[in-house]
Design a protein around this ligand. Structure first.
Ligand code: SAM
Ligand code: SF4
Length: 442
Protein backbone atom coordinates (compact mmCIF):
# COMPACT_ATOMS: atom_id res chain seq x y z
CA UNK A 1 0.00 0.00 0.00
CA UNK A 2 1.29 3.43 -0.83
CA UNK A 3 1.92 6.02 1.86
CA UNK A 4 -0.99 8.45 1.61
CA UNK A 5 0.57 11.23 3.73
CA UNK A 6 0.98 14.17 1.34
CA UNK A 7 4.53 15.42 0.92
CA UNK A 8 5.01 18.63 2.92
CA UNK A 9 4.82 21.84 0.93
CA UNK A 10 8.05 23.81 0.94
CA UNK A 11 8.23 27.42 2.09
CA UNK A 12 11.14 29.74 1.25
CA UNK A 13 11.28 33.08 3.09
CA UNK A 14 13.78 35.77 2.13
CA UNK A 15 14.16 38.23 4.98
CA UNK A 16 15.31 41.82 4.55
CA UNK A 17 16.09 44.48 7.15
CA UNK A 18 15.87 44.52 10.91
CA UNK A 19 15.81 41.85 13.61
CA UNK A 20 12.07 42.34 13.92
CA UNK A 21 11.71 40.99 10.40
CA UNK A 22 13.86 37.99 11.36
CA UNK A 23 11.45 37.34 14.24
CA UNK A 24 8.40 37.89 12.00
CA UNK A 25 9.75 35.43 9.41
CA UNK A 26 10.06 32.75 12.09
CA UNK A 27 6.51 33.38 13.25
CA UNK A 28 5.19 33.28 9.67
CA UNK A 29 6.94 29.95 9.07
CA UNK A 30 5.37 28.62 12.28
CA UNK A 31 1.91 29.88 11.24
CA UNK A 32 2.19 28.24 7.82
CA UNK A 33 3.63 25.11 9.47
CA UNK A 34 0.04 24.50 10.58
CA UNK A 35 -0.89 24.38 6.88
CA UNK A 36 1.66 21.68 6.14
CA UNK A 37 4.59 23.86 5.08
CA UNK A 38 8.18 23.13 6.03
CA UNK A 39 10.96 25.63 5.42
CA UNK A 40 13.52 25.19 2.69
CA UNK A 41 16.74 27.11 2.14
CA UNK A 42 16.44 26.89 -1.61
CA UNK A 43 13.93 28.95 -3.64
CA UNK A 44 14.14 26.34 -6.45
CA UNK A 45 12.51 23.73 -4.15
CA UNK A 46 9.77 26.00 -2.87
CA UNK A 47 6.00 25.79 -3.35
CA UNK A 48 5.60 29.21 -1.77
CA UNK A 49 8.11 32.08 -1.72
CA UNK A 50 7.66 34.99 0.68
CA UNK A 51 9.75 38.16 0.47
CA UNK A 52 9.65 39.70 3.94
CA UNK A 53 10.59 43.24 3.04
CA UNK A 54 12.01 46.34 4.74
CA UNK A 55 11.15 49.92 3.83
CA UNK A 56 13.87 51.70 5.77
CA UNK A 57 16.55 51.74 3.06
CA UNK A 58 16.54 53.80 -0.11
CA UNK A 59 14.51 52.62 -3.13
CA UNK A 60 13.21 49.73 -1.04
CA UNK A 61 10.13 49.11 -3.20
CA UNK A 62 12.14 49.20 -6.45
CA UNK A 63 14.52 46.60 -5.04
CA UNK A 64 11.58 44.31 -4.25
CA UNK A 65 10.24 44.66 -7.80
CA UNK A 66 13.68 43.81 -9.20
CA UNK A 67 13.93 40.74 -6.96
CA UNK A 68 10.48 39.58 -8.09
CA UNK A 69 11.58 40.12 -11.70
CA UNK A 70 14.62 37.90 -11.12
CA UNK A 71 12.46 35.21 -9.49
CA UNK A 72 9.95 35.12 -12.35
CA UNK A 73 11.97 32.38 -14.06
CA UNK A 74 11.10 30.07 -11.13
CA UNK A 75 7.39 30.68 -11.73
CA UNK A 76 7.84 29.99 -15.45
CA UNK A 77 9.38 26.62 -14.59
CA UNK A 78 6.82 25.76 -11.90
CA UNK A 79 3.48 27.45 -12.62
CA UNK A 80 1.95 26.30 -9.28
CA UNK A 81 4.59 28.19 -7.30
CA UNK A 82 2.97 30.90 -5.14
CA UNK A 83 4.54 34.28 -4.38
CA UNK A 84 3.89 36.55 -1.43
CA UNK A 85 5.24 39.94 -0.36
CA UNK A 86 5.13 40.67 3.37
CA UNK A 87 6.65 43.32 5.66
CA UNK A 88 6.86 47.09 5.42
CA UNK A 89 7.04 47.39 1.61
CA UNK A 90 3.86 45.26 1.44
CA UNK A 91 2.25 47.66 3.90
CA UNK A 92 3.37 50.75 1.98
CA UNK A 93 2.68 49.53 -1.57
CA UNK A 94 -0.36 47.28 -1.00
CA UNK A 95 -2.30 46.38 -4.13
CA UNK A 96 0.19 48.19 -6.35
CA UNK A 97 2.50 45.17 -5.95
CA UNK A 98 -0.01 42.82 -7.61
CA UNK A 99 -0.67 45.38 -10.32
CA UNK A 100 3.02 45.77 -11.18
CA UNK A 101 3.88 42.10 -10.73
CA UNK A 102 0.80 39.95 -11.46
CA UNK A 103 2.54 36.71 -10.46
CA UNK A 104 2.29 37.86 -6.80
CA UNK A 105 -0.56 35.96 -5.11
CA UNK A 106 -0.41 37.37 -1.61
CA UNK A 107 0.42 40.75 -0.03
CA UNK A 108 0.28 41.07 3.75
CA UNK A 109 1.38 43.85 6.10
CA UNK A 110 3.21 43.24 9.39
CA UNK A 111 0.09 43.49 11.55
CA UNK A 112 -1.82 40.70 9.79
CA UNK A 113 0.57 37.73 9.74
CA UNK A 114 -1.81 35.70 11.89
CA UNK A 115 -4.16 35.73 8.89
CA UNK A 116 -1.60 33.98 6.68
CA UNK A 117 -3.10 30.47 7.01
CA UNK A 118 -6.49 31.75 5.77
CA UNK A 119 -4.78 33.74 3.04
CA UNK A 120 -2.90 30.61 1.97
CA UNK A 121 -6.23 28.78 1.58
CA UNK A 122 -7.51 31.55 -0.68
CA UNK A 123 -4.31 31.49 -2.71
CA UNK A 124 -4.44 27.70 -3.10
CA UNK A 125 -7.99 28.15 -4.42
CA UNK A 126 -6.58 30.38 -7.14
CA UNK A 127 -7.55 33.73 -5.60
CA UNK A 128 -5.41 36.75 -4.78
CA UNK A 129 -5.09 37.66 -1.09
CA UNK A 130 -4.37 41.18 0.17
CA UNK A 131 -4.34 42.35 3.80
CA UNK A 132 -2.72 45.61 4.86
CA UNK A 133 -5.11 46.37 7.75
CA UNK A 134 -4.18 47.34 11.26
CA UNK A 135 -6.60 44.79 12.78
CA UNK A 136 -7.98 44.97 16.34
CA UNK A 137 -7.33 41.29 17.11
CA UNK A 138 -4.01 40.44 18.75
CA UNK A 139 -1.84 38.82 16.11
CA UNK A 140 0.53 37.38 18.70
CA UNK A 141 -2.31 35.61 20.50
CA UNK A 142 -3.65 34.14 17.26
CA UNK A 143 -0.22 33.03 16.07
CA UNK A 144 0.55 29.51 17.17
CA UNK A 145 2.79 28.74 20.15
CA UNK A 146 6.51 28.77 19.48
CA UNK A 147 7.63 25.59 17.78
CA UNK A 148 9.16 23.03 20.14
CA UNK A 149 11.97 22.26 17.69
CA UNK A 150 15.48 22.52 19.12
CA UNK A 151 16.86 26.02 18.59
CA UNK A 152 20.20 27.75 18.71
CA UNK A 153 21.17 29.47 21.97
CA UNK A 154 19.97 32.98 21.00
CA UNK A 155 16.53 34.20 19.96
CA UNK A 156 14.60 37.38 19.28
CA UNK A 157 11.31 38.05 21.00
CA UNK A 158 9.09 40.93 19.86
CA UNK A 159 7.51 42.71 22.83
CA UNK A 160 6.41 45.97 21.26
CA UNK A 161 5.62 47.16 17.78
CA UNK A 162 4.96 50.42 16.02
CA UNK A 163 5.94 53.92 16.99
CA UNK A 164 4.19 57.16 17.96
CA UNK A 165 7.29 59.34 17.78
CA UNK A 166 7.05 60.46 14.14
CA UNK A 167 10.67 61.47 13.55
CA UNK A 168 10.53 63.62 10.41
CA UNK A 169 12.66 61.21 8.33
CA UNK A 170 11.14 57.89 9.36
CA UNK A 171 8.56 55.66 7.72
CA UNK A 172 8.06 53.28 10.66
CA UNK A 173 5.00 55.00 12.22
CA UNK A 174 3.27 54.65 8.83
CA UNK A 175 4.28 51.07 8.00
CA UNK A 176 4.20 49.50 11.47
CA UNK A 177 1.43 51.69 12.88
CA UNK A 178 0.86 53.01 16.40
CA UNK A 179 2.79 51.74 19.39
CA UNK A 180 1.38 48.48 20.77
CA UNK A 181 2.85 46.46 23.67
CA UNK A 182 2.26 42.76 24.24
CA UNK A 183 1.05 41.73 27.71
CA UNK A 184 3.93 40.66 29.97
CA UNK A 185 2.46 37.23 30.86
CA UNK A 186 2.39 36.18 27.19
CA UNK A 187 5.99 37.30 26.74
CA UNK A 188 7.08 35.34 29.81
CA UNK A 189 5.25 32.28 28.43
CA UNK A 190 7.00 32.64 25.08
CA UNK A 191 10.35 33.13 26.82
CA UNK A 192 9.80 29.87 28.74
CA UNK A 193 8.96 28.07 25.47
CA UNK A 194 12.17 29.40 23.91
CA UNK A 195 14.27 28.33 26.90
CA UNK A 196 12.73 24.83 26.73
CA UNK A 197 13.93 24.69 23.11
CA UNK A 198 17.52 25.47 24.10
CA UNK A 199 17.60 29.28 24.05
CA UNK A 200 19.93 30.92 26.60
CA UNK A 201 19.85 34.54 25.45
CA UNK A 202 16.77 36.54 24.46
CA UNK A 203 16.84 39.91 22.72
CA UNK A 204 13.61 41.80 23.32
CA UNK A 205 12.59 43.63 20.18
CA UNK A 206 10.55 46.72 19.51
CA UNK A 207 10.75 49.68 17.15
CA UNK A 208 10.82 51.64 20.38
CA UNK A 209 11.33 48.86 22.85
CA UNK A 210 11.88 51.02 25.91
CA UNK A 211 8.45 52.61 25.42
CA UNK A 212 7.11 49.14 26.32
CA UNK A 213 4.03 49.47 28.56
CA UNK A 214 2.64 45.92 28.75
CA UNK A 215 3.92 45.66 32.36
CA UNK A 216 3.18 48.06 35.25
CA UNK A 217 6.92 48.48 35.69
CA UNK A 218 7.54 49.20 32.00
CA UNK A 219 10.44 47.49 30.20
CA UNK A 220 12.44 47.29 33.45
CA UNK A 221 9.52 45.43 35.09
CA UNK A 222 9.46 42.95 32.22
CA UNK A 223 13.23 42.47 32.41
CA UNK A 224 13.00 41.72 36.14
CA UNK A 225 10.27 39.12 35.45
CA UNK A 226 12.45 37.54 32.75
CA UNK A 227 15.36 37.55 35.20
CA UNK A 228 13.39 34.89 37.15
CA UNK A 229 13.08 32.53 34.15
CA UNK A 230 15.23 29.50 35.01
CA UNK A 231 17.68 28.58 32.28
CA UNK A 232 17.61 32.02 30.67
CA UNK A 233 21.07 33.46 31.13
CA UNK A 234 21.12 36.67 29.14
CA UNK A 235 18.70 39.46 28.28
CA UNK A 236 19.19 42.24 25.73
CA UNK A 237 16.80 44.74 24.17
CA UNK A 238 16.74 46.89 21.06
CA UNK A 239 16.00 49.58 19.75
CA UNK A 240 15.54 52.33 22.29
CA UNK A 241 14.67 56.00 22.17
CA UNK A 242 16.58 58.35 24.51
CA UNK A 243 13.35 59.89 25.85
CA UNK A 244 12.10 56.51 27.09
CA UNK A 245 15.20 55.56 29.15
CA UNK A 246 13.53 55.79 32.57
CA UNK A 247 15.23 55.55 35.97
CA UNK A 248 14.13 51.94 36.54
CA UNK A 249 15.69 50.84 33.24
CA UNK A 250 18.92 52.71 33.95
CA UNK A 251 18.99 51.12 37.40
CA UNK A 252 18.41 47.63 35.91
CA UNK A 253 21.60 48.09 33.87
CA UNK A 254 23.49 48.34 37.14
CA UNK A 255 21.65 45.69 39.14
CA UNK A 256 20.21 42.97 36.88
CA UNK A 257 23.00 40.46 36.27
CA UNK A 258 21.20 38.86 33.29
CA UNK A 259 20.88 42.22 31.50
CA UNK A 260 23.95 42.51 29.26
CA UNK A 261 26.16 45.63 29.33
CA UNK A 262 25.32 46.72 25.80
CA UNK A 263 22.92 49.46 24.76
CA UNK A 264 21.86 50.62 21.32
CA UNK A 265 20.67 54.18 21.86
CA UNK A 266 20.38 56.14 18.61
CA UNK A 267 20.89 59.91 18.74
CA UNK A 268 20.82 60.52 14.93
CA UNK A 269 22.57 63.93 15.08
CA UNK A 270 24.54 66.17 17.42
CA UNK A 271 23.08 69.54 16.41
CA UNK A 272 20.08 70.80 18.36
CA UNK A 273 18.80 72.63 15.31
CA UNK A 274 18.76 69.39 13.30
CA UNK A 275 17.40 67.32 16.19
CA UNK A 276 14.50 69.79 16.38
CA UNK A 277 13.92 69.59 12.62
CA UNK A 278 14.00 65.79 12.96
CA UNK A 279 11.32 66.01 15.69
CA UNK A 280 13.53 63.96 18.01
CA UNK A 281 12.35 65.87 21.13
CA UNK A 282 15.74 65.65 22.86
CA UNK A 283 18.87 67.78 22.66
CA UNK A 284 22.50 66.79 22.24
CA UNK A 285 23.17 67.91 25.81
CA UNK A 286 20.25 65.91 27.30
CA UNK A 287 21.50 62.83 25.42
CA UNK A 288 25.06 63.28 26.73
CA UNK A 289 23.78 63.71 30.32
CA UNK A 290 21.65 60.58 29.87
CA UNK A 291 24.67 58.55 28.74
CA UNK A 292 26.57 59.78 31.81
CA UNK A 293 23.77 58.51 34.06
CA UNK A 294 23.62 55.13 32.31
CA UNK A 295 27.40 54.77 32.53
CA UNK A 296 27.14 55.78 36.18
CA UNK A 297 24.94 52.71 36.69
CA UNK A 298 27.04 50.42 34.46
CA UNK A 299 30.51 51.83 33.83
CA UNK A 300 31.62 49.11 31.37
CA UNK A 301 28.51 49.47 29.15
CA UNK A 302 29.27 49.27 25.43
CA UNK A 303 27.27 51.95 23.66
CA UNK A 304 26.02 51.71 20.12
CA UNK A 305 24.09 54.28 18.08
CA UNK A 306 22.51 55.32 14.79
CA UNK A 307 23.46 58.46 12.85
CA UNK A 308 21.96 60.19 9.84
CA UNK A 309 24.13 62.60 7.86
CA UNK A 310 22.81 65.11 5.34
CA UNK A 311 19.37 65.62 6.84
CA UNK A 312 17.73 68.50 4.89
CA UNK A 313 19.17 71.82 6.02
CA UNK A 314 22.26 70.29 7.73
CA UNK A 315 25.09 72.86 7.59
CA UNK A 316 28.83 72.24 7.96
CA UNK A 317 28.52 73.43 11.57
CA UNK A 318 25.60 71.07 12.27
CA UNK A 319 27.69 68.20 10.96
CA UNK A 320 30.69 69.27 13.10
CA UNK A 321 28.34 69.21 16.11
CA UNK A 322 27.56 65.55 15.33
CA UNK A 323 31.29 64.80 15.10
CA UNK A 324 31.85 66.53 18.49
CA UNK A 325 29.06 64.53 20.10
CA UNK A 326 30.63 61.30 18.85
CA UNK A 327 34.01 62.37 20.28
CA UNK A 328 32.44 63.21 23.61
CA UNK A 329 30.27 60.09 23.93
CA UNK A 330 32.57 57.47 22.33
CA UNK A 331 30.76 54.55 20.68
CA UNK A 332 31.92 50.94 20.72
CA UNK A 333 29.82 50.24 17.66
CA UNK A 334 27.46 52.23 15.43
CA UNK A 335 25.31 52.37 12.31
CA UNK A 336 25.35 55.42 10.06
CA UNK A 337 23.33 56.36 7.04
CA UNK A 338 23.05 59.07 4.44
CA UNK A 339 19.68 60.72 4.72
CA UNK A 340 17.35 59.41 2.03
CA UNK A 341 13.81 60.53 1.38
CA UNK A 342 10.83 58.43 2.35
CA UNK A 343 7.75 59.57 0.46
CA UNK A 344 5.01 60.60 2.88
CA UNK A 345 7.35 61.69 5.68
CA UNK A 346 7.63 65.42 6.55
CA UNK A 347 11.34 65.69 5.66
CA UNK A 348 10.68 64.40 2.13
CA UNK A 349 9.14 67.78 1.26
CA UNK A 350 12.34 69.67 2.15
CA UNK A 351 15.15 70.57 -0.28
CA UNK A 352 17.77 67.82 -0.28
CA UNK A 353 21.52 68.29 0.19
CA UNK A 354 23.87 67.61 -2.74
CA UNK A 355 25.00 63.98 -2.96
CA UNK A 356 28.74 64.83 -2.85
CA UNK A 357 28.31 66.78 0.40
CA UNK A 358 26.49 63.84 1.99
CA UNK A 359 29.09 61.37 0.74
CA UNK A 360 31.99 63.39 2.12
CA UNK A 361 30.31 63.80 5.52
CA UNK A 362 29.37 60.12 5.74
CA UNK A 363 32.94 59.11 4.99
CA UNK A 364 34.35 61.36 7.75
CA UNK A 365 31.74 60.24 10.25
CA UNK A 366 32.28 56.57 9.49
CA UNK A 367 36.02 56.80 9.83
CA UNK A 368 35.63 58.43 13.26
CA UNK A 369 33.17 55.74 14.35
CA UNK A 370 35.48 53.06 12.97
CA UNK A 371 38.41 54.46 15.00
CA UNK A 372 36.29 54.28 18.14
CA UNK A 373 35.20 50.73 17.35
CA UNK A 374 38.81 49.63 16.82
CA UNK A 375 39.89 51.36 20.07
CA UNK A 376 37.08 49.64 21.96
CA UNK A 377 37.96 46.24 20.52
CA UNK A 378 41.67 46.71 21.25
CA UNK A 379 40.88 47.68 24.84
CA UNK A 380 39.40 44.19 25.26
CA UNK A 381 42.76 42.49 24.56
CA UNK A 382 44.05 40.94 27.80
CA UNK A 383 40.60 41.03 29.41
CA UNK A 384 38.51 38.02 30.31
CA UNK A 385 34.98 38.06 28.91
CA UNK A 386 32.00 35.70 29.10
CA UNK A 387 31.10 34.16 25.76
CA UNK A 388 27.85 32.42 24.89
CA UNK A 389 29.00 30.02 22.17
CA UNK A 390 26.64 29.75 19.20
CA UNK A 391 28.25 27.74 16.39
CA UNK A 392 31.40 26.39 14.77
CA UNK A 393 33.79 28.99 13.39
CA UNK A 394 35.34 29.02 9.93
CA UNK A 395 38.53 27.21 10.94
CA UNK A 396 38.64 23.64 12.18
CA UNK A 397 38.29 23.35 15.96
CA UNK A 398 37.20 26.95 16.27
CA UNK A 399 33.92 27.94 17.91
CA UNK A 400 32.25 31.32 17.79
CA UNK A 401 29.92 33.19 20.11
CA UNK A 402 29.17 36.62 21.58
CA UNK A 403 30.66 38.33 24.58
CA UNK A 404 28.48 40.22 27.03
CA UNK A 405 29.38 43.35 25.00
CA UNK A 406 28.04 41.73 21.81
CA UNK A 407 31.48 41.33 20.27
CA UNK A 408 31.83 38.25 18.09
CA UNK A 409 34.50 36.12 19.81
CA UNK A 410 36.20 33.03 18.45
CA UNK A 411 38.28 30.49 20.34
CA UNK A 412 39.46 26.91 20.03
CA UNK A 413 36.91 24.81 21.87
CA UNK A 414 35.04 21.51 21.64
CA UNK A 415 31.64 21.36 19.87
CA UNK A 416 29.80 20.89 23.14
CA UNK A 417 30.47 24.50 24.22
CA UNK A 418 27.54 25.50 22.00
CA UNK A 419 24.87 26.87 24.32
CA UNK A 420 27.33 27.37 27.18
CA UNK A 421 28.58 30.65 28.64
CA UNK A 422 32.34 30.26 29.06
CA UNK A 423 35.22 32.49 30.13
CA UNK A 424 37.56 33.57 27.36
CA UNK A 425 40.74 35.65 27.64
CA UNK A 426 40.93 37.95 24.62
CA UNK A 427 44.28 37.70 22.85
CA UNK A 428 43.67 39.60 19.61
CA UNK A 429 41.38 42.05 17.87
CA UNK A 430 40.47 41.52 14.21
CA UNK A 431 38.42 43.72 11.92
CA UNK A 432 34.99 42.81 13.29
CA UNK A 433 35.71 40.16 15.89
CA UNK A 434 37.94 39.19 18.79
CA UNK A 435 40.03 36.05 19.23
CA UNK A 436 40.81 34.43 22.53
CA UNK A 437 41.45 31.31 24.59
CA UNK A 438 39.12 29.44 26.92
CA UNK A 439 40.21 29.98 30.51
CA UNK A 440 37.64 28.06 32.53
CA UNK A 441 37.59 24.31 32.99
CA UNK A 442 34.50 22.57 31.52
N1 SAM B 1 13.48 53.41 16.62
C1 SAM B 1 14.82 53.59 16.43
C2 SAM B 1 15.21 55.03 16.78
O1 SAM B 1 14.46 55.77 17.31
O2 SAM B 1 16.31 55.41 16.52
C3 SAM B 1 15.34 53.17 15.06
C4 SAM B 1 14.39 52.81 13.97
S1 SAM B 1 14.94 52.81 12.30
C5 SAM B 1 14.26 51.26 11.85
C6 SAM B 1 16.64 52.44 12.26
C7 SAM B 1 17.51 53.56 11.79
O3 SAM B 1 17.37 53.79 10.40
C8 SAM B 1 17.22 54.90 12.44
O4 SAM B 1 17.74 55.00 13.71
C9 SAM B 1 17.86 55.87 11.46
O5 SAM B 1 19.19 56.14 11.81
C10 SAM B 1 17.79 55.12 10.13
N2 SAM B 1 16.83 55.76 9.22
C11 SAM B 1 15.49 55.78 9.34
N3 SAM B 1 14.94 56.51 8.34
C12 SAM B 1 15.96 56.96 7.58
C13 SAM B 1 16.05 57.77 6.41
N4 SAM B 1 14.95 58.30 5.86
N5 SAM B 1 17.26 58.02 5.89
C14 SAM B 1 18.39 57.52 6.47
N6 SAM B 1 18.35 56.75 7.57
C15 SAM B 1 17.17 56.47 8.13
FE1 SF4 C 1 11.38 55.95 13.46
FE2 SF4 C 1 12.63 55.39 15.75
FE3 SF4 C 1 11.79 57.88 15.25
FE4 SF4 C 1 10.02 55.95 15.74
S1 SF4 C 1 11.56 56.78 17.17
S2 SF4 C 1 9.86 57.48 14.17
S3 SF4 C 1 11.00 54.20 14.77
S4 SF4 C 1 13.39 56.72 14.15
Amino acid sequence: MSDRTPAPKKLYIKTYGCQMNVYDSERMAEALGGKGYVETKSPEDADMILLNTCHIREKAAEKVYSELGRMKALKDEKPDLKFGVTGCVAQAEGEEIMRRQPMVDLVVGPQSYHRLPAMDEAVQAGKKALDTDFPDDDKFETLTKRSKAKRGPTAFLTVQEGCDKFCAFCVVPYTRGAEVSRPADRIIREANELVESGVREITLLGQNVNAYHGHDGGLAGLIWDLDKVDGLERIRFTTSHPNDMDDALIDAHGTCSKLMPYLHLPVQAGSDRILKAMNRKHTAESYIRLIERIRGARPDLLLSGDFIVGFPGETDQDFEDTMSLICEVHYGQAYSFKYSTRPGTPAAEKPQLPEDVMNERLQRLQSLLREQQVETQESMVGREVSVLFEKAGREAGQMIGKSEYLHAVFAEAPMDVIGQVRKVRITRSESNSLGGILTDAP
